[in-house]
Design a protein around this ligand. Structure first.
Ligand SMILES: CC(=O)Nc1cc[nH]c(=O)n1
Length: 104
């Protein structure tokens, strides 16, 4: 069964709503989004709904292949992105890039 919801840390909300952050990088447990599905988005901290996203792609990406291109799509420097991902998913090599479009 595909996932229909996703949470983001509150600190990412403004970047998602402004269209500056167009991907999210997740681990194995959060990769099962159906392409073209619309998922409801809430904050991780309080579960407050703040938008809906249409899923464009889910692509496997080893941590070691994170690049400036991914950082740009996250609206971060590559160093900041690597640091954030290590904090959220310590020592996990197998990751997934989920690209999306804001739809509501
Ligand atoms: C709640 C949570 O895990 N949020 C994440 C994780 C990875 N990337 C991201 O943008 N947000």
């Amino acid at each position: 069964m595909s996932l229909t919801k996703i949470t983001f840390f509150e600190r990412f909300e403004a970047d998602i709503l402004s269209g500056k952050k167009t991907i999210t990088i997740r681990d194995e447990s959060e990769k099962d989004y159906a392409l073209d599905s619309v998922v409801q988005v809430s904050t991780y901290e309080t579960n407050r709904w703040f938008c809906a996203l249409k899923i464009h792609s889910v692509i496997s990406l080893p941590y070691s292949q994170l690049s400036e291109f991914h950082a740009q799509q996250e609206n971060m420097t590559l160093l900041a992105l690597k640091t954030v991902i290590q904090e959220i998913y310590p020592n996990i090599e197998s990751l997934y890039v989920i690209s999306y479009e804001l739809v509501g």
